[in-house]
Design a binder for this molecule. Structure first.
Ligand SMILES: N[C@@H](CCC[C@H](N)C(=O)O)C(=O)O
Length: 313
């Protein structure tokens, strides 16, 4: 099968993007592993197939119908797979890169206000994902801001009060440390560390062990809160630095849903006085996370399309 692709990244979380508007390609787990192979293929943390939401519905996936019922303008769907071939519900950096890809293909144009493409009437480019409809607008600095939708703590009020609901063991540690589960449509477990030195020297070459084991696995974020500051808008903001071990990939340079989970966990630990806006430093750059009043969370950051090509898989 001949694949035409675009390589892109969001804060160096990198993806192979494939346009498949008529849903003609069979990008199964084997094909994805060949594409993402950093020696034998293109190399990437994941594969993003742009296809039509109607075709997902037509293929029998209930989420396709649910998306079109929620927003009929969400005609494009982000079909996301991790580098190991597994399907993931959501990818925050991927949504931004998907928006840049759709823009390049001419499927959406962000007007001078950055917010309204031809397919969205109520605030941004609407696209379908396995975690529902996401809306993207473009900021004056070229960053893409995504309404990531609702988030929640799977451990509920008990986890909120205790600050944790899991034990996490990173390679090299002798005892587990407390972690807080955060759901962004995909699963995350966030662990606070006391120092940047410890964060820098963590061994993330193996997946951290999480107990109780989440039913569908989890992404694990290790974070160090760095204190408060003012955002350029003047509003109070917090700052955290993070490293991440992604389910289905390994350590990556960035994870958008992970950055949201990290900011929301630290905000939960800080209590009612915590700011809503957070800057999250990851090895691949920096993103902005904002807890919105309606229980949604917004992720903003860059998206780059780097090169195009074709190969047989
Ligand atoms: N890097 C992504 C998350 C990709 C999916 C994740 N590995 C999972 O399996 O849940 C992001 O930017 O959010």
């Amino acid at each position: 099968m001949r694949i035409e692709f675009t390589k892109g990244h969001g804060t160096h979380n990198d993806f192979v993007l494939v346009a498949d508007p008529k849903d003609e390609l069979d990008l199964d787990g084997d094909a994805v592993r060949r594409l993402t192979d950093r020696r034998g293929g293109i190399g990437a943390d994941g594969v993003i197939r742009l296809t039509s939401t109607a075709s997902i519905a037509g293929a029998g996936e209930a989420i396709g119908d649910e998306i079109l019922a929620e927003d009929p303008s969400a005609i494009w769907f982000m079909d996301y797979r991790n580098a190991d071939g597994s399907v993931a519900e959501m990818c925050g950096n991927g949504v931004r890169v998907f928006a840049a890809f759709a823009e390049r293909l001419g499927y959406v144009s962000f007007g001078p206000d950055g917010g309204r493409g031809p397919h969205a009437s109520d605030g941004g480019f609407a696209l379908g994902t396995r975690a529902g409809v996401k809306r993207v607008r473009k900021e004056p600095n070229g960053w893409y801001a995504v309404d990531m939708g609702p988030w929640f703590l799977p451990g509920g009020d008990d986890a909120r009060d205790a600050g944790y609901d899991a034990g996490v063991l990173v390679r090299g540690w002798t005892t587990p440390r407390p972690g807080l589960s955060v759901d962004l449509g995909n699963p995350h477990t966030v662990v606070a560390l006391p120092s940047l030195d410890e964060l820098e020297h963590l061994d993330l070459t193996a997946a951290p062990e999480v107990a109780p084991a989440p039913p569908h696995g989890t992404n694990v974020e290790l974070v160090v809160p760095l204190g408060d500051e003012r955002a350029p808008s003047g509003e109070p903001a917090g700052r955290v630095r993070m490293r991440v071990h992604e389910r289905g990939v390994g350590e990556t340079q960035s994870c958008g849903t992970g950055a949201c989970a990290a900011a929301l966990a630290v905000r939960t630990w800080q209590g009612t006085s915590a700011p809503d806006t957070w800057f999250v430093e990851i090895p691949g750059g920096e993103v902005r996370v904002r807890a919105l009043r309606d229980g949604h969370v917004e992720l903003a950051g860059p998206a780059e399309l780097v090169f195009t090509g074709a190969l047989d898989v």
